[in-house]
Design a protein around this ligand. Structure first.
Ligand SMILES: O=C(O)[C@H](O)[C@H](O)COP(=O)(O)O
Ligand SMILES: [Mg+2]
Length: 264
């Protein structure tokens, strides 16, 4: 049963109890380009599946650390930046030849034999050209691995829910008839990435997230406490009543901004 936080002493107790705070980003700190009230005056680790973000411990960074060979990318500039920073050769991504609305044609497409993995992340410029080139690599380059930065089905933007990274890779999963390797939360790869960079005591660590099947499962798998906020994907009806999820966070509060009410 989750503990519902509500009083200043509840929040003070939580802040006193945990020395390492892992914060999910989309739906916790911000909704798209809109900051969530009260979120910005904390200095903690940001752990996001959003592969368009960089310089966080994000799924883009974790994927770039995971792969070393040349890859074909479905994704945006943030994912390309993390691949470059880790010295991973890539094609596709924001390349104008792929990020195009021109009539589809593979007439000028030559398969690159060095591509040994396809990486798929959130891509707001997704199109048939990208999906087709990725499919060509996955079916014609022997042993080519199918990797996704994360599998979030939706993305909590400032304008409501939008298709998430999981929805971007879904056409390839269906066409291929096989599931990819997923790097982001709740996968262990993401936690391994954090452990390689930051020392923390799981007993004194709390993961704050808005999605039960990524953030809360990630925290539980990592042996850390979990705090669910209701400013993103999960709503009250998802955690109460007959259809309540079986994923039970340790703590629940409406918004990360509630922590401001912590007493002295
Ligand atoms: O990739 C996606 O679908 C979205 O960016 C999703 O919101 C993950 O971001 P997070 O909540 O982990 O920051
Ligand atoms: Mg989130």
């Amino acid at each position: 049963m989750s503990v519902r936080l509500s009083t200043p002493s509840d929040y003070t107790g939580l802040i006193d109890k945990y020395e390492t705070w892992m914060f999910d980003c989309d739906g916790v700190l911000w909704q798209g380009d809109k900051l969530i009230d009260g979120a910005v005056d904390k200095n903690v680790l940001f752990v996001t599946n959003n592969a368009t973000k960089t310089k966080f411990i994000g799924s883009a960074y974790a994927t770039a650390v995971y792969i070393s060979s040349k890859v074909y990318v479905i994704g945006m500039a943030g994912l390309e930046e993390e691949l470059r920073d880790e010295g991973v050769a890539y094609i596709g991504g924001t390349d104008p030849a792929d990020k195009t609305l021109e009539p589809f044609s593979l007439e000028h497409f030559t398969l690159d034999p060095d591509v040994s993995a396809v990486i798929c992340g959130l891509d707001t410029s997704i199109n048939y050209t990208k999906l087709s080139k990725a499919f060509q690599y996955l079916t014609r380059n022997s042993g080519c691995r199918f990797i996704v930065t994360n599998e979030d089905s939706t993305y909590p933007s400032a304008h409501g829910l939008l298709p998430g990274a999981g929805a971007i890779s879904a056409p390839l999963r269906y066409a291929l008839g096989k599931d990819p390797i997923s790097i982001g939360k709740p996968a262990k790869t993401m936690l391994d990435c954090i452990k390689a960079k930051v020392h923390f005591d799981p007993a004194k660590t709390i993961m704050v997230g808005d999605r039960l099947n990524t953030d809360i499962l990630f925290g539980q798998a990592g042996g850390v406490s979990t705090l669910l906020v209701l400013t993103g994907i999960t709503s009250e009806s998802d955690i109460t009543g007959t259809n309540a999820s079986t994923i039970i966070p340790d703590f629940v509060t409406a918004s990360i901004g509630d922590l401001r009410s912590a007493g002295p």
